[in-house]
Design a protein around this ligand. Sequence first.
Ligand code: GAP
Length: 449
Amino acid sequence: MDKHEVTMEKIVSLCKRRGFVFQSSEIYGGQSGAWDYGPLGIELKKNIQNAWWKEMTQLHDNIVGLDAAILMHPRVWEASGHVANFSDPLVDCKQCKMRYRADNMDQDALAAKKCPACGGELTEPRAFNLMFKTHIGPAEDTASVIYLRPETAQGIYVNYKNIIQSNRMKIPFGIAQVGKAFRNEIVTKNFIFRTCEFEQMEMQFFVKPGDDDKFFEYWREQRWNFYKKHGVNMDKMRWYHHEKLAHYAKDAYDIEYEFPMGFSELEGIHNRTDFDLSRHTEYSGKDMQYIDQDNGNEKYIPYIIETSAGLTRNLLMFLCDAYAEEKVADKGNDDDYRTVLHFHPKIAPVTVAILPLMKKDGLAELAKEIQNELKDDFVTDYDQSGAIGKRYRRQDEIGTPFCVTVDYDSKNDKTVTLRFRDSMEQVRVPIAELSNRIRQEIKNYTRTF
Ligand code: GAP
C-alpha cells in the first residue's frame, strides 16, 4: 500500500491532533461507542447538517422541519416493531470471551461453532435487542420502562397529523429531522462509523399509494446528487440494492462509500409503505388516514419514502474523502508532502484564515481589522505565529479553502494575497473586494483534484 494513502489511523490521529473528534471520557480510559466533537468537529458537523437541512427544507417547498423528543411513549416502539424485531444475533466465545455478530462473522467459523480468534467453542446465536432501556420517574418497575430512540423517524410519524393540521400540508409532502439516536451496538469499531450514540438526518416523504415507486426513484436521484454537489468523489460511491428487506420495507437501497475499510453504508433510501402509520393507527387507536380535500375527501394511509443518513457517519465520510497527502516539493524529506483536507468550502470548518506576514509594523493590526470585516460573513481563523509556509500547511491540514496574507504592500495599496488551498495559487485582491470575491469563489467551487 502507498504510504500516502488515507487510512483510518491517519484520520483518527488528525482528528485528535487538530480538535475534530476526541474519545469520550478519555481521562478515565475512554467510553467505547461514544465520541466528543471538538472545536473543528462541531463546525464541520454543523456545516454538513446545514447543507442537508437547506437541501431538504429550503430547496423543497413541500418539506418542513421537526425536532421531536428523544424520549417517546414506550408503545411507539411496540408499534414500530423495534421491541420485537430490532435485534442482532449475538454469539460469544466461551473461551476468550470475544463477542461477534453472527450475521457479520466468518460463516464457516459460525457453522463449525469455532471462535475465529482462538478456536474456542462458540455459544448458540441469541437475539440481542439494540435499544437502550431505562426508567423514567422514581420507580424502577416495568411500568416505568422507557427507551432512548434508536431512530429519529418515529418522532416524525407520530407528529404527521399535527403537522398536516398546523401547517396545512398536502400530499405529497415531507418532514425532515436531525437528531441523536442510540443503539446498543455489539461491535463498535472503525472510529465514529458505528457508535452507540450518533446523529441521524432523516426525511420522511408522505405520498399517495401508487405514487411510491415514482417518488422512491426521485429521492434516490436527489440524494445521490446531494453528495455530488458537495464535492464528494463519486467514484467512491455506489448503490447497494437490498435483497433481504427490513420488516417495514417494500424496497431499499443504500448509498455506500468506499471508506478505508471498504465499501460501507452511508445512507439508506427506503420505501416503508403504509407500515408505520398503519401500526400507529392500530397501537394508538387514532385514525392516521389522510383526507384528500382536493379529491372528494378521499381517505387513505399514505406510503412513506424515507431518506435516512447518519450525520456522524457523513462527517467521517467527508473527512476520508477530503484527505490527501500531496507532493508539493522535491527536497527528499517529509516536508515534500502536505496533508490537506479538500473539503467543499461550504463544508469546511474554517472558511478563511487571515495571516499577517509579520506581527510588527502594523501588519497584525491590519490583519485583525480584515478579520473583523470578514467574520460577519464567514468562519475565520487568525494565525500570526511561525513561517508563512508552515501556517499555510496548518490551514491545509484542517481544510481551510482560503488564506488571506497581509504584507507590507497591503498597508500602501490596500490589497492582500488570496491563496487557494487546492491549487495553492495566489492572487492579489483589493481588501474592499475580499468578501465578495470569496463569496463568488464558494459559489463557483468545483472539485478539481
Ligand atoms: N430510520 C431508518 C434507519 O434508521 P438505518 O439503516 O438503521 O435506518 C440509517 O440507519 C443510517 O443511520 C445509516 O445509513 C447510518 O448512516 C446511520 N447509522 C445507523 N446506525 C448507526 C450507528 N450505530 N452509528 C453511526 N451511524 C449509524
